[in-house]
Design a protein around this ligand. Structure first.
Ligand code: FES
Length: 109
């Protein structure tokens, strides 16, 4: 990569640069002040997987917390449908914690 080349990514129609320190799409979206809820990422998946960080990447649904940012990706966060799915996932995640129904995450996310 040349000194002046950089990678950019689009989140909800806005461009931002990918920094070397960005591990996943949750962090990249923060550059643009776009919040992707990621409760299980924040607590190091001690209580399992929340699935609350669902986004669309180039038109396909995937989890933002486990997706490494790549140049040219187009990420969609805010749609009514995704908002609803995320809301349900957060509720379920919180309920699982309340019920003590949690296990450390063993999925690939
Ligand atoms: S932040 Fe929980 S699955 Fe992505």
């Amino acid at each position: 990569m040349g000194l002046f080349s950089f990678s950019s990514i689009e989140v909800d129609g806005q461009q931002t640069i990918i920094n070397a320190a960005d591990n996943n799409l949750v962090e990249v979206a923060q550059h643009l002040k776009i919040n992707i809820p990621a409760p299980c990422l924040k607590n190091r998946r001690r209580d399992g997987c929340c699935k609350a960080c669902l986004v669309e990447i180039d038109g396909k649904r995937d989890y933002a917390c486990s997706t490494k940012p790549k140049s040219g990706m187009k990420v969609t966060v805010r749609t009514k449908e995704l908002d609803n799915i995320r809301k349900t996932s957060i509720k379920q995640y919180k309920q699982n914690i309340k019920d003590g129904n949690t296990d450390a995450c063993d999925c690939s996310c």
